[in-house]
Design a protein around this ligand. Structure first.
Ligand code: SF4
Ligand code: SF4
Length: 234
């Protein structure tokens, strides 16, 4: 195990591993602070951790291009490939932390363990927000300052006392791109009014599209192109 004074070097090593694997975002969340607001934050994990390393990979513009008002089989495949890459990266990050003598748990990028609402073991969106990677947008997704919602994230929980980042204090401003784009009219001007039931109903319909079969959409992901929207939006 590293001496306390050297623990912070682990953080830079983890970021190097993530960047080398193509991560466009890396941050650390202080879960002690987050759990004060949500005591059930880690209830589905079955163990307690004070920190989370959160990594994000960018979705490719070309894979989103064919999306209009529903997902395409090409996007669905790309979505799954990114989840696979994120899971692989999370395992490497967790392995490195364990080598340094700390506990680490790689949370799957897209494992559903509950429905209505759909949920995984932890909310990568909430973890990413606490790790300073973006704000929660009108589309109920994390909005990265550069890449918008065209990102996917994964979380590694740990007891390594890594230096934590601070949440971003930002909002959607005058942007309404996703509000008009949503086929379910689920996106409202206020994030807290997001209609989860309408969104879930649309995603359930999309499972009937040939070669999709799962709850994915991609419409509001495509609409939220971040600062690069001038060159990446259609
Ligand atoms: S995922 Fe699709 S249905 Fe749900 S809010 Fe986004 S655009 Fe609307
Ligand atoms: S598209 Fe605009 S309004 Fe919608 S989440 Fe992104 S920044 Fe916010």
């Amino acid at each position: 195990m590293k001496a306390e004074g050297n623990v912070q070097s682990i953080r830079s090593e983890l970021e190097s591993i993530a960047r080398w694997a193509g991560a466009k975002a890396f941050g650390v969340a202080n879960l002690t602070a987050l759990k004060k607001a949500d005591p059930n934050l880690l209830a589905r994990v079955g163990a307690d951790f004070p920190r989370a390393a959160v990594m994000g990979l960018r979705l490719q513009k070309a894979a989103l291009d064919g999306i209009r008002d529903r997902p395409t089989p090409l996007y669905f495949h790309h979505y799954r490939q990114l989840n696979y890459q994120l899971d692989t990266l999370a395992l490497r990050i967790a392995d490195h932390i364990q080598d340094e003598g700390f506990r680490a748990l790689a949370v799957p990028a897209s494992q559903v363990i509950g429905k209505e609402p759909m949920r995984g073991a932890v909310s990568h969106r909430a973890m990413g927000w606490a790790a300073g990677l973006g704000h929660r947008g009108r589309n109920n997704l994390l909005v990265h300052p550069e890449f918008g919602s065209r990102m996917r994230y994964v979380t590694v929980l740990t007891d390594a006392p890594l230096r934590a980042d601070k949440p971003v204090r930002a909002g959607c401003g005058s942007c309404r791109a996703c509000v008009a784009a949503c086929p379910a009219k689920a996106i409202k001007m206020k994030t807290e009014n997001f209609d989860l039931a309408a969104c879930y109903a649309a995603l359930t319909e999309f499972t009937k599209i040939p070669f999709i079969g799962q709850h994915v959409c991609g419409v509001c992901v495509k609409a939220c192109a971040g600062r690069r929207r001038m060159i990446s939006a259609e």
